[in-house]
Structure formats: structure tokens, C-alpha cells
Ligand binder design. Structure first.
Ligand code: ZN
Ligand code: FE
Length: 251
């Protein structure tokens, strides 16, 4: 993690949020570790390392202690219990699993051919609304994730998205502008320009994210994110510390 922090300092960033993926808390203990998630047995050490980095770099850069945690329908109580074990600066919420299907796994992308894509979107955003309703999340990750492989809904789903944004606005949940999508087949920031405009209409706060999976990806594409935010009418973004939001003007 210190390499990501060093890279952020060299890139001139004033703040970096560490958001490794929480273990798969809703599965039986033996199945809770996937290669992209921190195993449960290592999570206490991981958390302690984040605390140490925050202290070590104080004065050079704001290191914020975050986590990307899944929403999985029916496991809200475990989610609250696990998150309650730690003092995070912010919690990033995501929906990757629907009925056991990891919807952004390239090896399972064939599923987008086996069902109407609009139906996948409908179910996905119903899960996002349920995630918002838990109150566990400060920020929603990769808001329009089902577009990842470039499969688009057969019909207009903007009504489903609008009602999800209404829920986010009412709950005061922020949404990340993630450049991870630029590195994926869809080659577009999460969320799309149209969704970003709909977010702006509702005054939904935005945060910048590169979802860096290597130090070299820290801050990837932020110029494009800022341009997209401005084009949608945004003049500010937010940051988080101790679960409290601070607003900063863009530029
Ligand atoms: Zn994610
Ligand atoms: Fe990620």
C-alpha cells in the first residue's frame, strides 16, 4: 500500500483513499477469500497497516482508510456487524453478486447473452437501491457496472436509474466517478455522462476514483473525470474523513 501512497504524492494528489476489497463476509468462513479480496484472517493486519500509513504520511498526504464492501441481499446484518469492527474514514458500497453470479467476472460474461440485458439492469439497480437502504455506505462504487463488457439494455432503462438516483439523493450517498471503466471493454467512466447529468440535477455528491489495482494506476484519468464532471455542471467534489463529508471546489 505504501507504493500507492508514494505514487499519489508524486502525482501531486493531496489525498488518497485505500479501498481494498473486504472479505466475502456472507459466505461460509472457508470460502471467504477470493484472490481480489483481503482474506478475513488478514484483515486485522491490513487495517492496522492502513492506520500506520495514515500516521506515517501525516503532513505529506491525507491517507484515508476505506474499504470496498459488497451488498448482498439477505446479509445486511452480517454487513453491519463486520463494518462495525473497524473505524473507517469511508465505506464504498458495491453490487457485484446477484444470486451468486459475479456480474463483472469476464469468465462469466456469457451470462449477458442468456438473459435480456435490460432485465439484468433492472435487477442490478434494485440491488443498488437495497444497498442504499442499508445506510452502511458513504459512496456507491462503479454505479453502472453492468455496462462493463459493453452489453447495452434492449430498451430505455433511464426510469430505473432515475429512481435509484432519487434514493441515493434522499439518503445523502455520494457516487464515485471511476476511471476503471475506461480500462474495461466499455471504455467509459462509471457512470455514463447521461447518468452524471441526472446526478447533478439531484445534487448527488461525487468523489474521484481511479480504482487503482497497481501503483501506476493511482489517479489514472482524473483530467477526464474532472472534464466530465464540469460538462455535467459540477463545480465541486467531496472527500471523507471519519465518515464525514467535506466539499471542495473543482480546480
Ligand atoms: Zn468493485
Ligand atoms: Fe476494484
Amino acid at each position: 500500500m505504501h507504493e500507492y501512497v508514494e505514487e499519489a504524492i508524486h502525482s501531486g494528489l493531496g489525498e488518497i483513499g485505500l479501498t481494498d476489497h473486504l472479505f466475502l463476509y456472507w459466505l461460509p468462513r472457508a470460502e471467504r477469500s477470493l484472490k481480489w479480496a483481503i482474506p478475513e484472517s488478514e484483515y486485522d493486519n491490513h487495517y492496522a497497516e492502513m492506520l500506520a500509513l495514515r500516521e506515517r504520511y501525516r503532513g505529506s498526504i491525507n491517507v484515508r482508510i476505506g474499504v470496498e464492501a459488497d451488498f448482498v441481499a439477505g446479509h445486511e446484518a452480517e454487513l453491519h456487524e463486520v463494518l462495525g469492527r473497524y473505524d473507517f474514514d469511508f465505506v464504498l458500497g458495491s453490487v457485484h453478486f446477484m444470486d451468486g453470479w459475479l456480474i463483472d467476472d469476464p469468465d462469466l460474461a456469457h451470462r449477458y447473452h442468456e438473459e435480456r440485458v435490460a432485465e439484468i439492469y433492472r435487477r442490478y439497480f434494485a440491488n443498488v437501491r437495497a444497498a442504499i437502504a442499508t445506510g452502511a455506505f458513504d459512496i456507491l462504487a462503479h454505479f453502472d457496472l453492468p455496462k462493463k463488457f459493453g452489453f447495452l439494455p434492449e430498451e430505455d432503462v433511464s426510469g430505473i436509474i432515475a429512481s435509484t438516483l432519487d434514493a441515493a439523493a434522499a439518503a445523502g450517498v455520494a457516487i464515485e466517478l471511476s476511471t476503471a471503466g475506461v480500462r474495461k471493454p466499455v471504455a467509459e467512466i462509471y457512470p455514463s455522462p447521461a447518468i452524471l447529468r441526472a446526478m447533478r440535477e439531484r445534487d448527488i455528491p461525487i468523489v474521484l476514483s481511479s480504482d487503482a489495482h497497481a501503483p501506476s494506476e493511482v489517479g489514472f484519468g482524473y483530467d477526464a473525470s474532472i472534464a466530465a464532471a464540469r460538462a455535467a455542471g459540477y463545480e465541486s467534489l467531496v472527500t471523507f474523513a471519519a465518515r464525514e463529508r467535506t466539499t471542495a471546489r473543482i480546480g
